[in-house]
Design a protein around this ligand. Structure first.
Ligand SMILES: Nc1ncnc2c1ncn2[C@@H]1O[C@H](COP(=O)(O)OP(=O)(O)OP(=O)(O)O)[C@@H](O)[C@H]1O
Ligand SMILES: [Mg+2]
Length: 438
């Protein structure tokens, strides 16, 4: 930044040695550094090398004249902002206009009066100084704006993340509490049925034995009893009753499993870590998604292949990891359903829909979970954006686009892990999650 005349450089381009000498002496005595050149081309060269603060330019010179010199200075980025004052012996106003039009800031008519020339030179150097200062301030301001924008962008991103977290926690806690509540409420009636079922089974067995004994001892009980036996098909009833109890028992066991899964899935430990085997989490999630995996009128069941390896327990937020499994598995089912559209039942039976879940430990003490489907896959463009909040390719009402953004946050931010995706359009998709055990 130039602030005083000591460091200000003035370049004088004039073919008259007398003029050069006068200007050199006068300007040097005022404290300016003065460079002199006697023709246009050398002047341009000097201007580029020394970046003077002002150029005094003669019009009539051998070689290229002052107008052409000025034009070339204006055309070059490195010299275009250096103010040029024409020194002209021409009294013709047209020439002055021409000079100003070429970009000169002023003109001095020769022979010049010293005081006037100095006053003009000082004025233009001052303007030059001020405009340099202004430029400097503008740049500082721009930097400041950039810095503020960056800060704001970061704050905005943090806000978005916090918002996601809030939504996720809200989702987890409301659904979790509801599900845990239901699972808990089912327990009492289920316990009551299980207990009574055992008793009832014994009682019915006794009753059947008793009837069988009656039949053996009294083969001819009389018309009324024989007619009733025929009416209710007593043989069928006696045969079927134990089977009915067997089915009821199986049904109740299934309700117990679901209730356990619901409770595992919706563990209230959203806010603190627990040490668990995550197979429990995956299994409970699969159980909850059972209704979407089983055979339907339009398609056979989705095959679930579990390749569970020997894995260590990990310290994790299991409730949140279950949320991860839920989102990835639900997406896989969506992708399979979409890929199956328009294919007949038989075609789908020949080339079944498959979801595979593979777990293992790797050499870096990480738990690796791979969840793959042979659904519709995705394009490279979609793949780049799947973790963006609100990005979805699904119709309004079906997808919110939050699933994988939440998954990413839980894996990367909450568990210091990472998540990768491989996908090929029309072939399928694989998500690979790595979580450090420590
Ligand atoms: N297994 C997959 N196969 C193909 N595309 C997938 C798969 N998983 C995710 N995608 C793509 O990634 C997008 C984003 O998934 P994400 O789970 O974040 O949102 P969503 O499923 O659309 O909505 P929701 O918020 O209800 O989960 C999906 O819309 C889909 O295009
Ligand atoms: Mg989803």
């Amino acid at each position: 930044m130039l602030t005083n005349s000591e460091h200000e450089i003035i370049l004088v381009i004039d073919d008259s040695p007398t003029n050069l000498e006068i200007l050199h002496n006068t300007l040097s005595s005022l404290g300016y550094e003065v460079l002199v050149e006697m023709d246009g081309l050398s002047g341009i060269y000097q201007a580029k090398s020394y970046q003077p603060d002002l150029i005094l330019l003669d019009v009539m010179m051998p070689g290229i004249d002052g107008f052409e010199t000025c034009r070339q200075l204006q055309a070059d980025l490195s010299t275009k902002n250096i103010p040029v004052i024409f020194m002209t012996a021409l009294a013709d106003p047209a020439d002055k206009v021409k000079g100003l039009e070429l970009g000169a800031v002023d003109y001095i008519t020769k022979p010049f009066r010293k005081e006037e020339a100095i006053a003009r030179i000082k004025t233009h150097l001052k303007i030059r100084r001020l405009s340099l200062e202004l430029e400097d301030q503008k740049q500082q301001l721009e930097q400041l704006v950039q810095k503020r924008t960056a800060e704001l962008t970061q704050t905005l991103n943090e806000l978005k993340r916090t918002q996601l977290q809030l939504i996720q926690n809200e989702k987890l806690s409301t659904i979790g509490q509801l599900v845990a509540g239901i699972a808990h409420e089912i327990n009492n009636p289920v316990g009551c049925i299980t207990g009574n079922l055992d008793q009832a089974k014994l009682a019915v067995k006794d009753a059947i034995d008793y009837i069988r004994l009656y039949q053996a001892k009294f083969p001819n009980p009389g018309a009324e009893i024989e007619q009733k036996a025929e009416e209710i098909d007593i043989e069928y009833v006696l045969e079927d009753l134990p089977k009915m109890f067997f089915s009821m028992q199986a049904g109740i066991e299934r309700i117990c499993d679901i209730s356990t899964s619901l409770r595992t899935f919706s563990r209230a430990d959203v806010d603190f870590k627990v040490s668990v085997n995550i197979h429990e989490g995956i299994d409970s999630t699969l159980m909850i998604l059972q209704h979407r995996l089983k055979a339907q009128a339009q398609h056979p069941a989705i095959q679930v292949i579990k390749n569970y390896g020997k894995i260590s327990k990990i310290n994790c937020y299991l409730g949140q990891l279950n949320q991860v499994f839920m989102n990835i598995l639900a997406n896989a089912i969506d992708a399979l359903e979409e890929a199956s559209q328009g294919h007949g039942y038989e075609t789908l039976k020949a080339t079944p829909n498959v979801i595979s879940v593979t777990t293992e430990m790797n050499d870096e003490e990480q738990l690796v979970i791979r969840i793959a489907d042979n659904g519709m896959g995705m394009t490279e463009e979609v793949k780049q954006r799947i973790f963006d909040p609100l990005f979805t390719t699904k119709p309004v009402g079906k997808g919110t686009g939050l699933g994988l953004a939440i998954v990413h946050q839980i894996i990367v931010d909450k568990h210091r892990g990472n998540i990768d995706v491989n996908s090929e359009l029309g072939k399928g998709t694989e998500f690979i999650i790595r979580i450090p055990i420590a």
